[in-house]
Each structure stands twice: as structure tokens, then as C-alpha cells.
Design a protein around this ligand. Structure first.
Ligand code: SAH
Ligand code: MG
Length: 205
């Protein structure tokens, strides 16, 4: 990975550890030719890792987020960052941070922000994806809706990455682990690897 792009990605605000970000980059590099899509961008850290791969591959990353934060980012919850609240709406707004980070990393030609609700977009999506990264809402309804909405759009041979997969409930919430199991149970995914809470699978069928 280009050292300067890696430095920008690691410096971007977010929670993903650097080694998981690098594994995400490698997963995107292993995808076939075609568009990339991530669900859940927050301030852009993961998008900078995937976007670096997109730039090297001549690909495009669609970065889907309503930028209002997940349940766990809201006031009173564990992952709330008060300075992300927009005084105009009183709601979280991570989009300005996302844009700034994509601009600073020089990735505006390769990262396209899609601002809105993920399952709503998935219902209208039509382009087969070479790479899909799921890291949106981690509640049961949100995670399963992302799984159900986006898995049908992953092309054969395409790479699926899921973040915050914690097999041990003591380490974190279960829904990302549940959707990882659902993918394996389909029978047409093989596991490529895992780094921290990141799991990477390839669709074989
Ligand atoms: N992948 C990011 C972190 C994402 S945090 C990184 O590693 O840097 C989860 C994100 O999912 C939040 O920004 C939240 O706004 C978004 N999100 C949650 N539910 C969503 C939904 N239904 N539609 C679109 N975005 C959603
Ligand atoms: Mg995550």
C-alpha cells in the first residue's frame, strides 16, 4: 500500500485498528474487476483503505452512509462523539469529516459518497459488485437488512468483508457474527482470512 495513502487512512478519525485497515486494503486488492461498495463509512477511515485499492486498480468505491451515526453513536451510547453533532439539526453529521478525509487522501476520483439509508439503496441497486464491505448498523435489524439487501448484488468471484465479527459475546455484539455465519451457511462462500474482527470471504458460485 502506498505509504502516504496508508498514513492518511490511519490518521483518519475512526475506530478500525490499522492492521484491520491494511487487511481490508488487501481484500479489496484481491477482488475481481468491478465496482466496490462499503456500507458504513463514518468519517472515512475504512473508505481510505479500500479507496487506495480502488485507485491502484482503476476501480470506484461507492461509500454508503446516511452519516447520522448508528444506534451506538447516539448521545448516551458507548461510541458517541459529541463534537460530531451538527448544531443545525442537532443530529450527528459525519459527512463533512468524510469529505475532508477523502479530499486529503487524494481519492475524490475513486471514492463516491452515496448519502442515504443502506437497505433503501440496496433495493434499487443494479450493478454487480466485485467487493462488498459491511460495517453499517450493528443492531440485529440493521445488520441482517444489510446482509439481505447487498449479498444478492455481489458478483460470483466477488469478495465479501465483514467488520466487528466477534464469535465470543464477551468481545462485542453478535449481529455481525450472525451475518458472517449466514454467508458461510449459504454454501457458496469460502473463507479467505481474518484479521482482528475483520472476516474476508469469496463468493464462489
Ligand atoms: N467503516 C467505518 C465505520 C462505520 S461506523 C470505519 O471503519 O471507518 C457505522 C456507520 O454506519 C455509521 O457512520 C452510521 O451512520 C452508518 N449506518 C448505520 N445504519 C445505517 C443505515 N441504515 N444506512 C446507512 N448508513 C448507516
Ligand atoms: Mg466497524
Amino acid at each position: 500500500m502506498d505509504p502516504q495513502r496508508r498514513a492518511f487512512a490511519e490518521a483518519a478519525r475512526g475506530f478500525m485498528p490499522p492492521e484491520e485497515g491494511r487487511a481490508l486494503y488487501e481484500a479489496a486488492m484481491a477482488a475481481p474487476v468491478g465496482p466496490f461498495l462499503e456500507v458504513g463509512s463514518y468519517c472515512g477511515r475504512s473508505a481510505l483503505f479500500i479507496g487506495a485499492a480502488a485507485a491502484e486498480r482503476g476501480a470506484v468505491l461507492f461509500a454508503v452512509d446516511h452519516h447520522r451515526g448508528s444506534e451506538e453513536n447516539q448521545p448516551g451510547w458507548e461510541w458517541h462523539e459529541p463534537d460530531l453533532v451538527d448544531p443545525h439539526s442537532g443530529l450527528i453529521d459525519t459527512l463533512p469529516h468524510f469529505r475532508r478525509n477523502v479530499y486529503d487522501a487524494g481519492l475524490e476520483d475513486h471514492v463516491v459518497a452515496v448519502v442515504g439509508n443502506s437497505p433503501r439503496l440496496a433495493a434499487h441497486w443494479g450493478t454487480p459488485l466485485a467487493f462488498l464491505f459491511i460495517d453499517g448498523g450493528h443492531g440485529a435489524a440493521a445488520a441482517h437488512a444489510d446482509y439481505e439487501g447487498w449479498i444478492p448484488h455481489l458478483a460470483p468471484g466477488g469478495v465479501l468483508a465483514i467488520h466487528d465479527v466477534f464469535p465470543d459475546p464477551a468481545d462485542g455484539g453478535r449481529p455481525p457474527y450472525e451475518i458472517y455465519l449466514r454467508a458461510l451457511e449459504r454454501g457458496d462462500f469460502t473463507e479467505m482470512g481474518g484479521t482482528g474482527s475483520l472476516r474476508v470471504l469469496r463468493r464462489t458460485g
